[in-house]
Write a protein that binds this ligand. Structure first.
Ligand code: HEM
Ligand SMILES: *[C@@H]1O[C@H](CO)[C@@H](O)[C@H](O)[C@H]1NC(C)=O
Length: 396
């Protein structure tokens, strides 16, 4: 039994986009197997205290702090956070060893207690261990959930964008909070793609559930580092985790039941009309999850449980809303800072699209300057959409 862990987990969901966006060098934190028969020598690193190790240095685990430590201890160095061994890799040679040569060893994401619990013990795609289940899950996501065909059938995306434009147009002359509006937009789009438009009533409750999940993902939990202090739990995390997952169960189970009822009533029908719950239900099985890679037919090679469906929906909500929203917000902010670029983008839009109609997908090809602007946003260097989220899970 080996456990892979890293502190990167702490930053994961809410902070990850901003953190990764500014990291200048490829930085890798990887957990070391803690239970090797003969303890190998660790790489150099600052001396630690008994029991807690280097936990007092927790606040230095930013890209700048780690770069400073690397200057002192070298391109590969070691820290101990309670019982977790963390190795930071900054020099290109070592990074290559980890990402290429020994890729198979590191192709798993670490998961904190909260992550394990809230993903129904890695029943999702983002935290599933690298292997047959992960590969089939990825296939479902690529071929069913994110397919181009589906994207084009999302008339709802256009509806939502229209709503947003109307909202902005209605407040001409007054300041608008673009960040908030854009987040509302991506939230509304993803919600409709996941659950269909019939469930709009529950949206506020769902946002509350997501916010609590997000807080729990990011919360510092002593039990991740010193397990036998888990019972102290001063923040009441254990009961909050149970409560949060129970509210998600209550929420999504109703939606799943409605979708099953619709299917049984012979709905199914029009493929353009399906949402992600429908797509996932096509793989649903009341028994436990099954995976095999021996058959080409995806429908025969993987069966999903309710837990899988819930966990994948949460991946999509977390992966698709805040990240997309902050990419758009960054781009807008950068454009506002650079009047020259802003003018060029506006001019190009006026020439290619004109001022009297909406942009269509087909226009994008001709909007070269706009495309360059989008790919120059700060996170573009670490995230080549959509390939990055489709890579093997990694301790990255
Ligand atoms: C423009 C849109 C997006 C941006 C800017 C963005 C940004 C990021 C960044 C910076 C990371 C961490 C770095 C990395 O692993 O390479 C990441 C990871 C990830 N993204 Fe995206 N993302 C976007 C869209 C999406 C979408 C649409 C999904 C899924 C529906 C998604 C799912 C994920 C997942 C599952 C991870 C890995 C989780 C982790 O290890 O933190 N992302 N994204
Ligand atoms: C998102 O949906 C909610 C609820 O229907 C609505 O109040 C809000 O204005 C929408 N936000 C955007 C940006 O369209």
């Amino acid at each position: 039994m080996e456990d892979y862990y890293s502190l990167a987990v702490q930053n994961l969901l809410s902070f990850r986009a901003s953190l990764f966006a500014v990291i200048p060098v490829l930085l890798l934190l990887l957990g070391l197997a803690t239970r090797l028969r003969r303890r190998p020598p660790y790489p150099p690193g600052p001396p630690g205290l008994p029991l807690i190790g280097n936990m007092l240095m927790m606040d230095q685990l930013t890209h700048r702090g780690l770069a400073k430590l690397a200057k002192k201890y070298g391109g590969i160095f070691h820290l101990r956070m309670g019982r977790l061994h963390v190795v930071a890799v900054t020099s290109p040679d070592v990074v290559q060893q980890v990402l290429q040569v020994y890729d198979h060893i590191f192709s798993n994401r670490p998961a904190s207690i909260a992550i394990r619990y809230l993903t129904y013990d890695r029943a999702d795609m983002a935290f599933a261990h690298y292997g047959p289940f992960w590969r089939q899950m990825r296939k479902i996501c690529v071929m069913k959930l994110f397919s181009r065909k589906r994207a084009e059938s999302w008339a709802s995306v256009r509806d939502e964008v229209d709503d947003l434009i109307r909202m902005v147009a209605a407040s001409v002359g007054q300041p608008v909070n673009i960040g908030e509006l854009i987040f509302g937009l991506t939230m509304n789009i993803t919600y409709r793609a996941a659950f269909g438009s019939s469930c709009k009533d529950g949206q506020e409750e769902f946002i509350r559930i997501l916010q609590e999940f997000s807080k729990l993902f990011g919360a510092f939990n002593m039990a991740d580092f010193i397990p036998y202090l888990g019972w102290v739990d001063p923040q009441g995390l254990n009961s909050r985790l149970v409560k949060a997952r129970r509210s998600l169960d209550r929420f999504i189970d109703t939606i799943i039941d409605d979708h099953i009822k619709k299917r049984n009533e012979g709905g199914g029908g029009d493929e353009a009309d399906t949402d992600m719950v429908d797509d996932l239900l096509a793989f649903f099985s009341e028994e436990s999850a099954k995976v095999s890679e021996s058959t080409e037919d995806l429908h025969h090679s993987i069966k999903l449980t309710r837990d899988n469906i819930k966990a994948v929906i949460m991946d999509v909500m977390f992966g698709g809303t805040e990240t997309v929203a902050s990419a758009i917000e960054w781009t807008m902010a950068e454009l506002m800072r650079s009047t020259v670029d802003l003018k060029k983008v506006q001019q190009e839009l006026a020439e290619v699209v004109g001022l009297h109609r909406r942009i269509h997908e087909a226009d994008l090809e001709k909007l070269t300057y706009l495309r360059c602007t989008l790919s120059r946003r700060p996170s573009a260097s670490t995230h080549r959409f959509p390939s990055s989220s489709m890579r093997p899970p990694r301790t990255l």
